[in-house]
Design a protein around this ligand. Sequence first.
Ligand SMILES: [Zn+2]
Length: 443
Amino acid sequence: MDRQRRILEGHTVAVENGRIAAIEKTEEQQRQHTTAQVLDASAAIVMPGLVCSHSHLYGMLLRGATLKINPPTDFTQILQRVWWPVDEALTVNDAYASALVACVEFAKSGVTTFADTYSGPNSTVGVLDQVRKAVEEIGIRGFIAFEATERHSKDEGERGVEENLRFAKKCQANPSGKAKPLFSLHASFTVSDDLIRKVRALALEFRVPITIHTSEGMVDVHHNLENYGKRTVERLRDLNMVGPDVILAHCVNLDENEMEIIARTKTGVAHNPMSNMLNAVGVAPITKMLEKNVNIGLGNDGYIFDMFENMRATYLVHRVHHRDPNAIDAYTVLEMATINGARLYGVDSEIGSIEVGKRADLIVIRPLILPTPLNARSVVGHIINTVDGDDVEHVIVDGRPIVKNRLLQTFGEAQAQSISQTAATELWARLENATPQIDSRGR
Ligand SMILES: [Zn+2]
């Protein structure tokens, strides 16, 4: 994923003090370097660690849950009947448990950097320390935020901002940690102009990236047209909530002018195709924004954590949507899940590609079943069409192997699952008691 997008065969990557020290032909490297540790990547793929540009780690706790609710019929009802009751039932311990198991799945499937926004009006103060603890224990990189919202009250919004600010200050006092601060606003239909202005100013002051859900469903569009006489991105632009440090998540329901604003202001976009399918909100106009050179990363929105699945979904959904087999190519999808994601969070000079001098965030993929030859010409096709998270053999972050031979080295996998299952069992019981409603339907 370097500037020339080179694919090299028969090479070796040397890592020293957490950074990529050399990329040379294997024989040269064997002559020139004495090595403390060798990971065999022969007949395998070595690529940059994947970047998940938009996630909600606590989404893990809802996997397979059967909620006693009246089945939602649109996106707003999905929020009102599923996610908002979940948010309210979450505890600080749930934040830790879900972040832990999510980081395990991310790490084992080759994700070395992610961006997460946590939401929980009854578990605000100190919650980001718990997410950070999980991130540091597993050893991957995370941009983490509390999602500020005013859906209950102004005060709720203030508390969310306070938690982000507290955490940003703490991280900046300890800049060597793997967890980094991010500012997050829920969505334009749950926050006032005042709150957007305030958080935007803080993000600029503290030089922290900022994210907001943007026209995921039609509710944002209607809300902004009715209340402000403008579309979502027009309102965000008027509040200065655009620019290279702003990540707009989803961007499903945009018009031509909104896409122009995003392109002109070099605002970033996090595309979440599998979540968009799950929530039945539509297909984001990604191919149009790519034509306008918008930087687009790939997220999971807390749904499927295997980024190879998310890449494959991206590759497929735009083809079927446009009925065009050339709508999007495999390499563009790969860029979204690596270097573009790094650029969204302002760290593309450090990660997102294999280049001398960059941090050594590398993954080694050895597909369990490989039906056709693996070489420089076939490798991108294999990454998009053959590889799953289970095919990731080694994962290296900052030069440290955190997954070796498909086994996590930093934390007991069974222990993480046990912590998460206990938290999920208790959360489901609380949800059952909190919403004694009508129908029952599995997700
Ligand atoms: Zn989201």
